[in-house]
Design a protein around this ligand. Structure first.
Ligand SMILES: N[C@@H](CCC(=O)N[C@@H](CS)C(=O)NCC(=O)O)C(=O)O
Length: 212
């Protein structure tokens, strides 16, 4: 497979896809897109991804967007190790955990949202408060949903798509100094997962551009 990932080192949606590629043992070429310079909104990049977001994966010429769709495609193309349990009910639970991050937390705190708050005159302290509020509220829901069925990982003892979404979200939460004491299951699972090579090798510090 010829794989090219267009990403940004600190983008958590990109971080998810790097983890997923590593878990599948797939080699890929990275093309960094600088979000701070708005490269994702430029004409050249929008020709590849009209939504103007990272990540985007080119796979043998096909252009794949949306991190969870890319992760799902990877799981179909390379089923081992599976990102979802086989049982339909368990699968729905894991997908719900992943979506709790990808749909309920992440979009509220995206760069374009924070920039818009800024353009509405909301100062840094207000933007930080916004960020922390939605992360705390989202993580509280995720902790409550995950804890009863968590094992070594968010669901049972194997890595799933839920862990792939959790780790980048906690990286972001720490970056914005959100206290995580109230989320013991999430913090414990994050420590388990980040100790694994496919997660460690996808970490923003490992893929950061030299000058960052
Ligand atoms: N739902 C999309 C979200 C993609 C997304 O929001 N990416 C962010 C970086 S994490 C981005 O490109 N932001 C650019 C912007 O906000 O202008 C996914 O999961 O791939």
């Amino acid at each position: 497979m010829n794989l090219t990932l267009f990403d940004y080192y600190r983008s958590s949606a990109s971080y998810r896809v790097r983890i997923a590629l590593n878990l599948k043992g797939l080699a890929y070429h990275r093309v960094p897109i600088n979000l701070l310079e708005s490269e994702q909104k430029g004409e050249a990049y929008r020709k590849r991804n009209p939504q103007g977001f990272v990540p985007m994966l080119e796979a043998d010429g096909a252009r794949l967007t949306q991190s969870l769709a890319i992760i799902d495609w990877l799981d179909s193309a390379r089923p081992d190790p599976a990102f979802y349990p086989a049982d339909p009910g368990d699968r729905a639970h894991v997908l719900a955990l992943a979506l709790a991050v990808a749909c309920d937390i992440h979009p509220l705190n995206n760069l374009r949202v924070l920039k818009h708050l800024s353009s509405m005159g909301i100062e840094q302290a207000g933007r930080d408060d916004w960020y922390r509020h939605w992360v705390r509220e989202g993580l509280a829901g995720l902790e409550a949903l995950a804890a009863p069925r968590a094992g070594r990982f968010l669901f049972g003892d194997s890595v799933t798509a839920a862990d792939i979404c959790l780790v980048p979200q906690l990286f972001n939460a720490r970056r914005f100094e959100v206290a995580l004491d109230a989320f013991p299951t999430l913090v414990r699972v994050d420590a388990e997962a980040t100790a694994l090579a496919p997660f460690a090798e996808a970490h923003p510090d490992r893929v950061a551009p030299a000058a960052a």
